[in-house]
Design a protein around this ligand. Sequence first.
Ligand code: IPE
Ligand code: IPE
Ligand code: MG
Length: 238
Amino acid sequence: MSQVEKIAPPRHIAIIMDGNGRWARKRGLPRTAGHKAGAEAFRRTANYCRTLGVEYLTVYAFSTENWRRSEEEVGGIMKLLAAYLKEALRDMQKNHVRFRFFGDLSRLSPDLQKLCLEAQERSSKFDEVQVNFCLNYGGRDEIVRAVRRFAADVAAGKADASALTEDVFSNYLDSAGVPDPELVIRPSGELRTSNFLPWQTVYSEFVYMNVLWPDFSPADLDSAIEEFHRRNRRFGGV
Ligand code: IPE
Ligand code: IPE
Ligand code: MG
């Protein structure tokens, strides 16, 4: 048992699963092979989070900007997502993972949308770990969609614009009801957020790591959690 298992992990960990393409390139493999290995890293990490007792794991799987990639790469990622969701539906009674999806699912194929809805509905009764899958997710897009929903409620007389607070607004976001992540991890060495959870991470601790996502191991998660516990979170106080 490692040291960190004795320290309480953060309730909510968010991960930008980055570096699949570079991992594949280093091995002379197609980018899709990197995404396949990345899906394995996700399975490993989600299982480990469940062992540690993490309550929420939010993962960035596909951004609103990732449509700029080749049709072949996007198709490969979508296929892997569908395969993963089918597997999750099959193993649901064993794994007890609760699924939520953040992002604009309407741009996904009808089949993939159906799998997402089914996974969300059929897992809603589980309470071990909640995985929030960010799919066709963009933080700015999430805020714009929330504003649209709020404006529609105002127009329908169901909400009062002058009474809007941060808490009320949070309930219009995809992450409604989910506490903000305490820790955000970005592997791959990039030092940016790439449109990931801008509203929810204003006071999160960011840990950037020089490991490519397909190589990400439980030991890497341990070291990110250790780093998190070394930080002094002040929330604007002293
Ligand atoms: C992350 O890995 C997966 C997605 C963005 C879908 P990348 O594919 O971005 O890998 P790099 O950054 O090119 O190495
Ligand atoms: C962020 O990674 C999105 C996901 C991991 C899904 P990107 O590889 O798309 O981000 P940039 O292009 O390096 O900013
Ligand atoms: Mg990348």
